[in-house]
Design a protein around this ligand. Structure first.
Ligand code: SF4
Length: 197
């Protein structure tokens, strides 16, 4: 059963990514240290909205990469969802969406990633050298909060699509929505209650 996210959602997500890239480019490379090929920050414990997860899973499926990512998700220790983000960062686990040192969903990457630019040495974003993640974030990060506020307006007040969860959980839930009836998504959320906000 195809899932159609509202056009307004795509416009919101796309415009936020463009705003982030534009602001980063304006200050590039004088102050922003992020550059293509750097994935030092891809070890954070990411929380993404289910709407973003559906967009990402659809993109992966259209590009023949979903089965590979799905296999990775099935091997993840789901107890990691309970780990504190600071501890998770220090564990140095790389994101399951990273392939050959590049984000395989860059075009539709989570807004938390699109709005993550640093002014500090990229080594500080790395768990091994950064220790507690003591990096200096760009104010572009504020776009993430703007996006979340706009997301709430795009969906009905009771829509589960604006709920957020740990990236692997959110991707798994998204694939259930795409494969099955929408109600099974609600079932998934209720079975895994506590894992989505
Ligand atoms: S989604 Fe992409 S940019 Fe974000 S942490 Fe994962 S690999 Fe990195």
């Amino acid at each position: 059963m195809p899932v159609h996210l509202p056009v307004l959602y795509y416009q919101t997500a796309l415009s936020t990514r463009i705003e982030c890239n534009t602001e980063a480019t304006k200050s590039w490379p004088r102050t922003v240290k992020c550059k293509k090929g750097c994935n030092s920050c891809c070890n954070r414990k990411l929380e993404i909205s289910l709407a973003e997860a559906i967009e990402i899973v659809t993109y992966l499926r259209n590009n023949g990469q979903w089965s590979e990512v799905s296999a990775k998700i099935s091997k993840i220790d789901m107890d990691l969802s309970l780990v504190d983000p600071t501890v998770y960062f220090a564990m140095g686990l790389k994101c399951i969406l990273l392939k050959n040192d590049e984000c395989r969903v860059y075009k539709v990457r989570p807004i938390a990633c699109a709005s993550h630019y640093v002014h500090s040495d990229p080594d500080l974003c790395n768990a091994e050298s950064g220790k507690d993640g003591n990096y200096e974030l760009s104010p572009i990060m504020l776009k993430l909060f703007e996006f979340n506020a706009r997301l709430k307006k795009v969906f009905d007040s009771d829509s589960v699509l604006k709920r957020t969860g740990w990236l692997p959980f959110a991707l798994k839930a998204a694939s259930i929505v795409i494969d099955h009836k929408f109600e099974s998504f609600e079932d998934f959320i209720s079975i895994h209650k506590g894992e989505f906000r």
